[in-house]
Design a binder for this molecule. Structure first.
Ligand code: TRP
Length: 343
């Protein structure tokens, strides 16, 4: 019997690839979570995602070895608890994939002294750590370029502060490609437009930061600590129209409203209506409560995962394998192009 005409299969477009690195240098806080990580979990449907802990970058500043080792696992647990599924995303530790250091050296030789001297992060960090202005701190952007270019990503999601590094990465890649042909894909920085920008509770004109712990809500903070931090949040002395969004004149309240809106899904109008005629004594604890409830499952899941070392270890193991496969292909191509004799 004649087979029926084969059903036309729609050829699926390959997903665009994304890659980003995070330094395992401190505990994650509400600003990291609401501003970035929360959106990552959904992204995986649209993109093929690689995220790594940039442990090699952290040693440009002295680290306590035991702390670094512990944080490399704890931070992975926290990311997974925030919804980053290791089955769908490639999650790995930078130092587990030797190709980063290998391509890093190659790119050192295609990055100019003048370019590195102009990096604002280098200028800031060398001013802050005057006793340890090491060569790694200086060449850091070339390692970051290697981190990125190894994976041939379309997009690199970063904060505003890392944009200069991604731009340098593009310059290095273009310089290399101009000599050797199309080796690297030229990546685009991906700066989230809608990412909630969260300010410190005690300093509502500056980004929430772990260096101001009293105004910083850590994902692993217990509920009492979170409640206390919100009760002490800086607002203003407006008694006429307290809960009202006005970034210019009421930065503290606007920040709290933004946090409340992001965790509850309410609009500013709904929040203003809900707290109409009520003062900060009611509003601040309500925001604290909403955040506590939002973070509770994340904290509990992270605590559970931190105890399951074997699982985290396994995630890193599989991540390193998947990452090494992709990175190795690029590295081999680079070595061949530049004339390293192949075995
Ligand atoms: N430099 C980034 C930071 O300090 C971390 C990082 C290292 C990174 N390598 C990267 C980010 C590659 C994106 C892509 O936050």
């Amino acid at each position: 019997m004649e087979p029926m005409e084969k059903e036309q299969t729609v050829t699926e477009q390959p997903k665009k690839r994304m890659l980003s690195g995070i330094q395992p240098s401190g505990d994650l806080h509400l600003g990291n979570y609401l501003g970035a990580i929360k959106n990552w979990a959904d992204r995986v449907n649209e993109y093929e995602c690689f995220y790594f802990m940039a442990d090699m970058h952290t040693i440009t500043v002295r680290q306590d070895p035991a702390e670094l080792r512990k944080r490399s696992l704890n931070q992975l647990a926290q990311y997974i608890a925030c919804g980053l599924d290791p089955e769908k995303n490639t999650l790995f530790l930078q130092s587990h994939v030797p190709a980063h250091a290998q391509l890093g050296w190659v790119l050192d030789c295609y990055t100019m002294f003048g370019e590195l001297s102009r990096m604002t992060q280098f200028k800031d960090k060398s001013a802050k750590h005057k006793d340890n202005i090491n060569a790694g701190l200086f060449t850091y952007p070339a390692l970051m370029a290697a981190d990125i270019l190894l994976y041939q990503p379309d997009y690199v999601p970063v904060g505003e502060d890392q944009k200069q590094h991604v731009e340098l990465t593009r310059d290095i890649a273009q310089r290399f490609n101009a000599i050797y042909g199309d080796v690297f894909k030229i990546p685009e920085p991906f700066i989230a437009k809608t990412g909630a920008r969260i300010y410190g509770l005690s300093t509502p004109d500056a980004k929430m930061s772990k260096s101001v712990p009293e105004g910083c809500v850590f994902l692993m903070d217990d509920p009492d600590t979170i409640a206390r931090k919100f009760k002490r949040a800086v607002t203003d002395s407006d008694t006429v129209n307290p809960v009202h969004f006005d970034r210019q004149n009421k930065p503290g309240v606007s920040n709290l409203m933004n946090i409340y809106a992001t965790v509850t899904g309410e609009t500013y109008e709904q929040i203003e209506a809900e707290f109409e005629g009520k003062g900060y004594g009611v509003f601040k604890p309500a925001v604290g409560e909403a955040v506590i409830e939002h973070l509770r499952p994340i904290r509990e899941e992270a605590e559970r995962l931190i105890k399951d070392k074997a699982y985290l270890h396994q995630v890193y193991e599989e991540g390193a394998q998947k990452a090494s496969y992709v990175a190795g292909k690029t590295l081999r191509k680079v070595y061949k192009k530049i004339g390293f004799y192949q075995l």
